[in-house]
Design a protein around this ligand. Structure first.
Ligand code: FAD
Length: 442
């Protein structure tokens, strides 16, 4: 964590200068000013706007996001398995963003942190006193040769995009016999469990519909492990063994050839070793990166292109009036909506402190969670911190497949998201966890 002196210097000097520059701005048609601008109206941006627009009042907060729809992305795993529809997972952005915030329905095309403004694709300059960056992570389907064409052909699908998620259940229904391949790319991704959750759901679907003996299920992952946290990885190895699923570690999908229905993989430990595999079904998790617009602004990002924030306070390392939340930041924890929930309370406290000229002193513990759905009625609820230590809410062994956790994922979490988190009321399970463990938990 940044030293207290460092934080004080940033808040005292940097912030004064920033605010002076912001005060010079005027308001005209193409040039608006707000106390707080939130870039991105997804999980983190919407929750942030809800908190601060109710605190600061109407006209003080703007959210910039071009999307018509706000999706609860964690539901896409269930959409892929035919348990929910894409329509169940989304609401119009206009209904979700807080009424007291102004919604600027444009795309941010550049950041100018030295002058406290962002520029949108229609040429508007939006000035801010404080900025929260909540852009999410970018999907790069085009980085795999042939994939975009293949995603128009039968059997190829991806739960990661609203454009392709409906294809997954269609692929399951149409599957006759052959290889069903599931991939994990060679980049950081959001919800690192999702690439294999759909595999377990598919396995159960094939079993229930009399096709299991005709399906050869193979998981190709770029990682050297099945899951990053040993406790849950051990449990998942039991699941794959029991269900006769093949796992190929350190294998990266590099090309799809839809005409011959073949997928090409590279062995990352022996890059010269390339294998071409026939598929009947191919579920692809695309490579991901920090959004291009963020990468372009070198003052804001780290070497990998992610927003450079203090991993505990969420304050930008260079610009004290900028904070980050969610997938676009370089916080070294698994990128999930659950992590965003864990961050939102810290952001609320620390940004409020900075607005009051005080030192941010709340610290994010790295809490993140991944409900590892293992079929149509079971789930392992993985919860852990940024050091890879389990940080579980319930005083039971959460590495066990459980029906209760499945219902929590399917029936309870969506309501907590829409009503709690997006309205600024849910800040993660910290206090529930403490109560469940009689105070003996972090
Ligand atoms: P997002 O919610 O993605 O929001 C980013 C916003 O930024 C979007 O609204 C976008 O339109 C906007 N934006 C992008 N570019 C611009 C621009 N240039 N200008 C303005 N706005 C822009 N998480 C869990 O906790 N549990 C799960 O079980 C889980 N499962 C998942 C399964 C799948 C298949 C997927 C895809 C995700 C899953 N996640 C899960 C991850 C979770 O959805 C994300 O981590 C979470 O949404 C991140 O929130 P965010 O605010 O950082 O980004």
């Amino acid at each position: 964590m940044m030293s207290q002196r460092g934080v004080r210097l940033l808040t005292a000097h940097g912030l004064r200068e920033s605010l002076q520059r912001a005060a010079l701005s005027t308001t005209c048609a193409n040039h608006k000013s707000y106390k707080l601008v939130v870039v991105g109206g997804g999980a983190g941006g919407c929750a942030t706007a809800a908190k601060f627009s109710s605190k600061l009042g109407k006209g003080q907060v703007a959210v910039i996001d071009p999307a018509n729809m706000h999706y609860y992305q964690p539901m896409w795993t269930l959409v892929g398995g035919g348990m929910k529809t894409l329509e169940d997972s989304g609401k119009p952005m206009s209904e979700v963003l807080p009424k007291k915030a102004d919604w600027i329905k444009e795309k941010v095309v550049s950041f100018d942190p030295h002058n406290n403004k962002v520029i949108t694709n229609d040429g508007q300059e939006i000035n801010y006193e404080y900025l929260v960056v909540a852009l999410g992570i970018q999907l790069n389907f085009d980085k795999i040769k042939g994939l975009l064409d293949a995603l128009e052909t039968p059997g190829v699908c991806s739960n990661y995009s609203p454009l392709f998620v409906k294809r997954t259940f269609k692929s399951l229904k149409n599957f006759k016999e052959g290889n069903a391949l599931f991939t994990f790319p060679n980049t950081p991704i959001k919800c690192a469990g999702a690439p294999q959750k759909i595999m377990y759901i598919s396995e159960e679907y094939f079993r229930k519909h009399g096709k299991r003996d005709k399906a050869n299920i193979v998981y190709y992952t770029s990682l050297p492990v099945l899951f990053g946290i040993k406790k849950y990885a051990d449990a998942l190895w039991e699941v794959v063994k029991e269900r006769n699923i093949t796992v190929n570690l350190r294998h990266n999908l590099i090309e799809v050839m839809p005409d011959s229905k073949e997928a090409v993989f590279q062995n990352l430990d022996k890059p010269e070793e390339i294998s071409t595999v026939k598929y009947e079904m191919l579920h692809v998790t695309p490579p991901m990166s920090s959004p291009d617009v963020l990468q372009k602004c070198s003052a804001l990002v780290d070497g990998a292109g992610y927003l450079k924030v203090n991993k505990e306070t969420l304050q930008h390392e260079t610009f004290p009036n900028i904070f980050g939340i969610g997938d676009c930041t370089n916080i070294p924890t698994s990128k999930t909506a659950a992590a965003v929930a864990g961050q939102i309370g810290v952001l609320r406290k620390n940004l409020s402190k900075v607005m009051d000229g005080k030192t941010p002193d709340s610290a994010y513990d790295g809490y993140t969670s991944c409900p590892l759905v293992t079929g149509y009625s079971t789930c392992i609820l993985a919860e852990f911190d940024m050091n890879g230590n389990p940080l579980e809410t319930f005083p039971i062994n959460q590495a066990k497949e459980r029906r209760t956790m499945f219902h929590m994922k399917k029936d309870i979490m969506p309501t907590m998201y829409w009503l709690g988190m997006l309205n600024g009321y849910w800040e993660g399970p910290k206090y529930v966890r403490k109560a469940m463990h009689l105070g003996f938990s972090k």
